[in-house]
Design a protein around this ligand. Structure first.
Ligand code: ATP
Ligand code: MG
Length: 441
């Protein structure tokens, strides 16, 4: 047994699982690309103040969950707890918002929150996210939600419902805060200590509290939708209208207030029926004030993030399909040093042509090499010994059917293997289309 273990709340992705991660990430990035998004990569740590400013001082994330430390130069540094702050900082810093708007960025990032680890809740977790800077129209909100839904659909995720709410703008929210404050003050003795502290500064955060008692009290609280100003109300109506016309089901859910302070107007979550407590796989919304808060101009913006660990749990629970793992095309089994060198050279040539090849580098017996070829799922094997080197010919064995074929150990081997892989692709496409492709020629 090894002496060291991954730290609590962190996970390794082993080679047998990484294909699933690549599939999720590539699917999300490529769907987002179809919507006009390009990937942006930002550092894993930022100055602490960036998150205090953007996520908000009164949020759980900033108050309890951040990994904050002093670096050797005495600066306060924080491992990013989410992706929006860094994304906004980067587009501001590099002047992207001075160019054509909207600026649309996507990302896959690790995030860090000091939370109580449980299924679907980790201390290091991963998000796929997108941010769209400079789009004020309600159609942008509807498009953002559609993008999230398209990604979930592309991954074969079923059983998720869209929960939608509007939390207004600073103007109408001020009136709402007063109503909330009055409501919660009447029952302040029953609130948890953190929420009592929130009562003055940010009563809306109480709605997001995970303590059962606070949640029970919050259930009877006034709802934001009753306090929306005319502009915010019209915006929300248009978002709902767009979604309805596009055939996207949703429920208006006044409990969705989101745990980060920068949100305004539209907020949404996709909630899975497969995950129990950690059921939100995607959360997002509009944050019209964030760029100004960070020192930029007024740039209405919006985004969302999906938790990839949760997405994977849902996909597995729902039996969603993952692409087949790539396989070794041909395994060269060798006998003796001269054959081993010849196998290395042949493997190198074939790999230059994009064929997946492996050969023995352990010094196993021929029998053990064949067993290994079987274990790694090689499609073909080719045994090379002194005899084969002398004649320049060998037998290519199909590991599924056991059929053997005489092949020359020269460039014609490449053509044979290449054609076999083409045949397989064609057969796969024919299966997929459920018919004969020959008519297409
Ligand atoms: P929750 O209410 O479950 O704590 P949140 O509101 O804190 O979620 P966001 O800040 O909106 O979450 O992050 C977006 C998404 O990232 C969540 O919907 C979830 O899928 C995922 N996520 C958040 N925190 C964690 C975590 N600790 N471990 C794994 N995934 C997480
Ligand atoms: Mg949280």
């Amino acid at each position: 047994m090894a002496n060291y273990k991954a730290m609590r709340g962190t996970q390794d992705v082993l080679p047998s699982q990484s294909g699933k991660w690549q599939y999720m990430e590539q699917t999300a990035l490529s769907v987002a690309q179809d919507f006009g998004y390009r990937e942006q990569r930002t550092p894993v740590f930022e100055q602490t103040e960036l998150f205090q400013r953007s996520v908000g001082e009164t949020t759980d994330v900033v108050q309890k969950e951040m990994y904050t430390f002093l670096d050797k130069g005495g600066r306060s540094v924080t491992l990013r707890p989410e992706g929006t702050a860094g994304a906004a900082r980067a587009v501001l810093e590099h002047g992207l918002l001075n160019g054509a708007l909207p600026v649309k960025v996507s990302y896959v990032t690790s995030c860090y929150r000091y939370e109580k680890p449980q299924a679907g809740r980790l201390r290091e977790f991963h998000q796929f996210g997108v941010e769209c800077f400079g789009a004020a129209a309600p159609q942008a909100d509807a498009e953002m939600i559609t993008l999230a839904k398209t990604i979930l659909d592309s991954l074969g995720i079923t059983g998720v419902s869209l929960h939608l709410n509007s939390i207004g703008c600073p103007a109408c929210r001020a009136r709402y805060h007063e109503a909330l404050r009055a409501y919660f003050t009447a029952r302040q003795d029953e609130l948890c200590e953190t929420c009592r502290g929130r009562l003055e500064r940010n009563p809306m955060r109480i709605l997001d509290c995970k303590s059962p008692m606070c949640a029970e009290i919050a259930a009877g609280a006034p709802v934001m939708l009753d306090y929306l100003c005319d502009d915010c109300s019209a915006h929300f109506e248009e978002v709902k209208g767009c979604l309805t016309d596009a055939g996207l089901d949703f429920v208006v859910d006044s409990k969705i207030v989101r745990g980060l302070d920068y949100y305004t107007r539209t907020v949404f979550e996709f909630i899975s029926d497969a995950l129990g407590a950690q059921s939100t796989v995607c959360g997002g919304g509009r944050y019209d004030g964030l760029i100004e808060e960070l020192g930029g101009a007024h740039v209405p913006s919006l985004g969302f993030a999906m938790g990839l660990e949760r997405l994977l749990l849902v996909m597995e629970a729902k039996g969603a399909e993952f692409p087949e793992e790539p396989r070794c095309e041909v395994y060269f089994a060798s006998m003796g040093p001269a054959a081993a060198r010849a196998c290395f050279v042949m493997a190198t040539r074939l790999r230059e042509g994009g064929i997946a090849v492996e050969f023995d580098t352990v010094g196993r017996s021929l029998k053990a090499q064949m067993k290994y070829a079987d274990k790694i799922g090689a499609r073909y094997t080719l045994v090379v010994g002194d005899n084969e080197l002398n004649t320049g010919e060998a037998k290519l064995k199909d590991m599924e059917t056991g059929d053997q074929q005489d092949v020359k150990l020269d460039d014609s081997l490449y053509t044979i293997l290449y054609n076999k892989s083409l045949d397989r692709q064609l057969a796969g496409m024919t299966d997929l289309l459920g018919g004969d492709l020959t008519g297409l020629e």
